[in-house]
Design a protein around this ligand. Sequence first.
Ligand code: SAM
Ligand code: SF4
Length: 327
Amino acid sequence: MGCIDAYNRSISYLRISVTDRCNLRCIYCMPEEGIPLKPHSELLTFEEITKIVRAAASLGITKIRLTGGEPLTRKGIVDLVRMIASVPGIEDLAMTTNGVLLQHFAHKLKEAGLKRVNVSLDTLKPERFRRITRVGNLEDVIKGIEEARKAGLTPIKINMVVLEGFNRDEVVDFARLTISEEWHVRFIEVMPVGAEAEGNLGQYVSMKEVREEIERALGPLIPASLKGSGPARYFRLEGAKGTIGFITPISEHFCYQCNRLRLTSDGRIRPCLLSDFEIDLKSAIRSGATEEEIAEIIKEAVRLKPERHQLEASSFPSGRAMAEIGG
Ligand code: SAM
Ligand code: SF4
């Protein structure tokens, strides 16, 4: 059901950034030296996060995604998964990860109640992976995806941010992978947000171009559907095991069907990724707010969710990093 906002959207999905820390430094997300980190005391504790999830569930939120920063770098993350999975009303619990540590966690996460993972992977070439992430090792991610598959954290979605001058020439290779593997590859338009906002503008590639390129090389894309599909539009190549999705925050905004709220790693509810408006929940919790009072604050955030983002009107958000907000 969800909680209805001022534009008649049913809000049923909460994305939680569990840490602002990350073990990679992707060029479109973080500067090489990283972002100024919040002291641990400013991050929500697991008990606080779970209390917020309970309050959200009482309003009809049924789906939670853990993200970051890199969620697998948060100490005790498996315990947090277990705590959230046991909240009545939470039907779907997923994670977005860069996959670097996934090979070590996949089975434990599944056992704790995680349902599935989205893995961010922008290239299939080892040196290029190092260039885009500055520090990462491609093989770790491939092993992570394989372990996630074995653990049953499926369907596994692979997120590829398409970047001019970095990986654009690999879109057909990624699309081809969906023929033989049950991979659900989602191509994403890079957004001018966070510390790297200006640089990202020059790397933008529209999904229209990506789609045309794939169809020229591999044949027509047939409309398909996928569980928990969110803002992506899905297609399938003839006879393919996996699917291909396109996420178009810039060329074709999907705000009219946005069903989500975000919780930042330092405890603020953010109704829209691309607007800096936030409501502080952490102070309320730390001054003793009850679950009902927290639910009231969440309702207020839903009420104030903007109708749509204003990116193309050139008012970029002030530069909170994606890692803090939970991209
Ligand atoms: N560290 C995890 C990961 O990389 O999957 C979770 C956090 S990351 C911020 C979540 C997603 O946001 C990733 O798929 C990443 O590629 C995407 N992302 C980060 N910065 C972006 C940007 N400027 N434009 C589009 N997507 C972005
Ligand atoms: Fe880290 Fe994810 Fe940002 Fe890459 S996209 S720097 S993995 S938070």
